[in-house]
Write a protein of this length. Sequence first.
Length: 146
Amino acid sequence: MTRHAPRRALLTAAGALFLGAAEDPNPDASLWIEEVRIGLFGRSGAIGGGRLRYQGEVHAFAIEGLSAAGAGVSTVRAQGEVFNLRRLSDFPGTYTQIEGGRGAADGPVEVHSLRNQRGVRLRLRSARAGATLRIGEGGLVISLEE
């Protein structure tokens, strides 16, 4: 062990805390979202939804409160991890932005951190190219389709 090893370990730990990398690295589930959004003449609609992989099974879910900046036809794609999910019944709900989790940029990827009323947390990543993922002021409402 070199004489600088303790200093290096301390700096690494401090950097991880500062950069938010100290988050739980072991998600309880993963998810994918894909919606085609159509905006014409002040009206908009969406086709699509999401998939949750939890305990080896895939569950479909619907989303409300997701939008994409711009008019016309755009595709919104996001993927992410789910934390603090103890039961499938805790997944549906209204997810709101966590303090400091509003669209932080990580290079070409935009990261959103959200939490619902049961304490389930989502970390969503979407490519910043094309349509930009936006979470409505009322939050992201998720409901299981099963």
